[in-house]
Write a protein of this length. Sequence first.
Length: 300
Amino acid sequence: MYEVLVIGSANADLMVRVGRRPGPGETVPGTDLMESAGGKGANQAAAAARLGARTALLARVGDDAFGRLVLDAQRAAGSELRHVLVEKGARTGTAMIVVGPDGDNTIVVSPGANARLTPDDVRAAREAVAASAVVSLQLEVPPETVRAAVDVAAETGTRVVLNPSPAPDALDARLLSAADPLVVNEHEARQLSGLGDGSPDRWARALLERGARSVVVTLGGEGALVLEAQAAEPVAVPGVEAEVVDTTGAGDAFTGALATRLARGASLPDAVRFAVRVGAAAVTREGAQTSYPTADELAL
């Protein structure tokens, strides 16, 4: 039925650009507020769908204007919406994003309806999980819901791509052992490996030792590092040069692209090479889903 099923969050992104970030107690001027669809789950679904993957999203939104914004964006991207649950009287999750002059961002998330995506919602979608090549997960919905998704995927033999963001202090062993791959940025790799200082190589090896089946450490403009359990050495995937405008949602573009290529049978290193290209394209435009390239735009 689907190449990629994304189970996770759906938000409205409220973004403003500033000449410099304010200090404590300080007010600085910014640009006009830009409203767009976001949320790590919805972003990953939009990224995969825009690349041509048969994609569905399992999420919860409210029956408010932001919920309609999220649904319209998914339709425009080409995602299947039959598993998106619209909750009457609920508020859709929101993310408040401040983008600095270097394109880096600071984000505060209010979960809204995302907090009410339940294990029962996941179990009710069991047939969709079973009919998917890859299930992509993040941590912007309740942890018990993510654990339920991992359990259903294990029962149905569906591959799990896990992006543990926002990073917890420690990652549940059940989630780690399901991740193939675990996709982490440098901050998340450092924290979840428990090593603190070190190198991406050391962090990836530590995460494998803790139970992950494979690990991808994203390195921003430097590309990514791939380590699989059966590999003696990690694979370094170089970055793609890009003019950075806005990094919002670039990691989700990477993960959605990675899931797409894995669903089509690519090796993990090859899927990461493709995902690096997609992530690099995404940072050249403003916003999250609005920045994601199509396959045609990548000249594939």
